[in-house]
Design a binder for this molecule. Structure first.
Ligand code: GLN
Length: 472
């Protein structure tokens, strides 16, 4: 495990005369030597060719903010002419014809993609155990999971392979692994970052965001990725500068606290939260109790909406249009059936079946429509809570990293890993997980902060203030 370094470290070395080619070669070598399972593909040749071109560009006076910065991307983000699999057998052999907008914007700013990270298949999971590439070791204890679904991205950043890895968050997939690995994981407001080129899971919930070593880097990367994109009509036309850390400390801010949240956690997580709460108060914030009365239905609501949307999104993988096709079929129906049952893993099949069921005639009103109504109640709960506070603080995950295999036989216990993160996706609000200490065994604990939509600046201000207090 190399000591994780922020973006500024790379900028500093570049300033000291190190070339992009050297920085990128070092990063690729590190990623190749890593045996945690975090990285599934290192793009040596492509990365080095780009680095050399960047060195020439810089020599002619054109310098960019992310020059020399190696970036990893979750394997559900398209990068033109390279393999992208969403950690599924069904996409075996497929190459993306174009690059995701978010990735393109980082590349345009000088960053270089050095490879792709492991993940749960189609981003369905909380432990990275549903990947066709196998599990990822948590950098703090190899027998434990890194969280999921962006488990590879979190483990890669926490073990110093790159200062930034992109993830996607549908119900907690950036924040929960960040919490379990001890790095920063940020999900911007729904509609802040273009989803063009992200392999869709639940389209009304999915958001791309960064995993980084510090809050400032999460802000910088998100600001570069944010903003209007003609290729994704759900992106709202707002100023990307809103995603930068708002100046100021905690003085005068109202921090919302939901008592039942900390009560449901492991004792070590409860202690860490109390410490964060006290730190906020000592730094001049007021803690106010707030409630989200319908949040208890968030997990159930999510598993109806997300699976419904997934069953529709994943219907395109039919063995004909993309990736892998099963051999020896005698009819088109057999091609579909065999390719899908051999190509998708068990968890993805479970979700597709659940999703098809909740959307089917006769059940639609009872499940999908009702779930959308509950979603509206949860959105209202947040609206009401944010009348009384500026930011809500709580746990990211009820536990520290759990052992590999511990929850794989019981899907519901796995689903409950995201009990505190899912509501933010249902409401579309921005949320971040920052490191908040460790338990007695040294396993990281994450502190979760949530703010109203489009108030990333305020969210990140609180996150950065807390980050500074934790380091004291
Ligand atoms: N763990 C949740 C799920 O399995 C969330 C996944 C995600 O955010 N992509 O659906």
């Amino acid at each position: 495990m190399t000591h994780p370094q922020p973006i500024s470290h790379y900028q500093q070395r570049l300033g000291d005369g190190t070339s992009c080619a050297t920085l990128i070669t070092e990063a690729c070598t590190r990623a190749e030597a890593d045996n945690s399972g975090a990285v599934v593909r290192v793009l040596n040749e492509r990365a080095l060719a780009q680095a050399t071109a960047h060195d020439q560009r810089r020599a002619s006076g054109d310098q960019r903010p992310l020059d020399g910065v190696p970036v990893l991307i979750k394997d559900n983000l398209c990068l033109a002419e390279t393999a992208v699999t969403a950690a599924s057998r069904i996409l075996e052999g497929w190459h993306a014809p174009y690059t995701a907008t978010a990735v393109q914007r980082l590349e345009d700013a000088g960053a270089i993609v050095i490879g792709a990270c492991n993940m749960d298949e189609f981003a369905m999971g909380s432990s990275n155990e549903t990947s066709v590439y196998g599990p990822v070791a948590n950098p703090h204890d190899p027998q434990r999971v890194p969280g999921g679904s962006s488990g590879g991205s979190a483990a890669a950043v926490a073990s110093g392979l790159a200062p930034v890895a992109l993830g996607s968050d549908t119900g907690g997939s950036i924040r929960q692994p960040a919490s379990l690995c001890g790095c920063v994981g940020f999900k911007p407001s729904y509609g802040r970052v273009s989803r063009y080129g992200l392999i869709a899971f639940g389209s009304s919930l999915d958001q791309i965001g960064p995993l980084t070593t510090c809050v400032n880097d999460a802000a910088l990367i998100s600001q570069i990725m944010a903003g209007h994109d003609p290729l994704d009509s759900t992106v709202v036309e707002r100023d990307p500068q809103e995603v930068l850390v708002e100046p100021g400390d905690l003085t005068g801010l109202r921090i919302g606290w939901i008592p039942s949240h900390s009560e449901g956690c492991d004792p070590a997580v409860q202690q860490a939260l109390q410490a964060a709460r006290t730190a906020c108060e000592q730094a001049g914030a007021t803690v106010v109790e707030v409630a989200l009365p319908h949040e208890q239905y968030a997990v159930a609501t999510y598993y109806i909406i997300a699976t419904g949307e997934a069953s529709s999104n994943l219907s395109r993988y039919d063995g004909v249009h993309y990736g892998r096709r099963s051999d020896g079929c005698n009819s088109l129906d057999e091609v579909y059936a065999k390719s899908r049952s051999q190509g998708f893993g068990a968890e993805v099949q479970r979700r597709i079946m659940l999703g098809s069921y909740v959307l089917s005639a006769g059940y639609y009103d009872a499940y999908y429509k009702r779930a959308q109504q509950v979603r509206a109640l949860i959105i209202n709960d947040f609206r009401e809570a944010f009348q009384h506070c500026d930011v809500i603080i709580g746990p990211t995950s009820p536990t520290v990293a759990f052992a590999r295999g511990e929850k794989t036989r019981d899907p519901v216990s796995m689903y409950l890993s995201d009990i505190y993160t899912i509501a933010a996706n249902l409401a579309g609000i921005p949320a971040i997980s920052i490191p908040g200490g460790a338990d007695q065994q040294g396993l990281p604990i994450g502190v979760h902060l949530q703010a109203p939509s489009w108030h990333e600046g305020r969210l990140l201000r609180v996150a950065q203030a807390l980050e500074t207090l934790q380091q004291k």
